[in-house]
Design a protein around this ligand. Structure first.
Ligand code: SF4
Ligand code: SF4
Length: 145
């Protein structure tokens, strides 16, 4: 039988299947800035202060209380979140593409995203509370297409 992510739509998945789609890249934990005039969105290299060295959230169960802007993805959000990285499994499946070969669900290895260099772990990231918010613009690394 084909694996659940090929058989089911995103809406048909159980909560556990939905959670398992996250590859742990932590790119969504990078702070983003929006240009008020153009609406363009930019990623910075400043990462949420609650991310640990293994790209795990230190406050996962209470993340929305700690960080109100932290996303809690649902299938209804995917049309609106064009800023999600193009490698994000939710976006990939929403766009009808296959999961990448390094995805933990395909490798069977929970750390394969990190081991293959597909997370922010090797990026020159800084905790967001180490830089005053007025200076975040100086840490932009790319613009969302
Ligand atoms: S960008 Fe997508 S796959 Fe990566 S950590 Fe965020 S939700 Fe998970
Ligand atoms: S609270 Fe956790 S999941 Fe949310 S942005 Fe911060 S590290 Fe990422």
């Amino acid at each position: 039988m084909r694996p659940f992510w090929q058989r089911k739509t995103l809406r048909e998945m159980t909560a556990q299947e939905w959670e398992s789609l996250c590859d742990g890249c932590a790119k969504c934990c990078l702070q983003k800035l929006e240009d008020d005039e153009t609406g363009d969105i930019y990623y910075t290299r400043l990462v949420c202060r609650y991310l640990d060295e293994r790209c795990q959230c230190r406050v996962y169960s209470e993340r929305q209380q700690k960080v109100p802007s932290c996303i809690w993805l649902t299938p209804d959000d995917l049309d609106k979140l064009q800023w999600l990285p193009d490698t994000c499994a939710y976006r990939v499946l929403h766009e009808g593409k296959p999961l990448p070969s390094w995805h933990p669900l395909r490798t069977g290895k929970p750390l394969s995203t990190l081991k293959k260099g597909k997370s922010v772990q090797q990026w020159p990231i800084l905790p967001d509370d180490s830089v005053p918010e007025d200076d975040w613009e100086e840490h932009i690394i790319f613009k969302v297409n």
